[in-house]
Design a protein around this ligand. Sequence first.
Ligand code: 5GP
Length: 200
Amino acid sequence: MSDRTGILLVVSGPSGSGKTTLCHRLSDEREAHYSISCTTRAPRPGEKNGEDYHFLTIEAFEAKLAAGEFLEHAQVHGNFYGTLRTEVLGYLAAGTDVVMDIDVQGAAQVRACADPAIVRSRVDLFVMPPSEHELHARLAGRATDSDEVIALRMKNALEEMHHWPEYTYRLLSSTREEDYMRFKALVVAERLRVSRLNGA
Ligand code: 5GP
């Protein structure tokens, strides 16, 4: 058992900000558990069920929603996304840090959640792309998405970017290494908070 409760690191930012890469790397380096979301969107080439997402039909998603299995859920880019309670709560109680890659609506729900285990653990970060121009280049560089999908993501990204003042931390993206160094520094600092230590 750990000497502290886990951190719930909520990471948002538009598609193309680099947030998913940051979250996966933290988990690959065994620094945190990556909360695998449920989604009704189709898998992209290379994505694995149960690793990147739990890919569900709309019916299966709705059944989980009705059963109260989601900590938060939202509709993003026309698809449903949700975080299962089981991806978060047990890990936090065991002192394992959890990283969630979720949109601004989901982050607002986590912020509004009154569960003491969530209140104690949450930290939120908004990852901003360096510029509109660079964001478009990053989205267009993902050969897996069609022009319509890129245009929709660009429009949503610009809307989503207005929400950064709701977050405690903001990371303005530069290079992958620089971003990860600052991301990791945030995690390391949060681990030192007295309020997380058992016996405090
Ligand atoms: P993508 O389809 O590109 O993987 O993700 C689209 C958006 O959905 C991203 O902003 C991502 O952070 C968000 N997202 C992924 N999983 C969840 C989730 O469980 N809940 C919410 N609210 N948003 C999510």
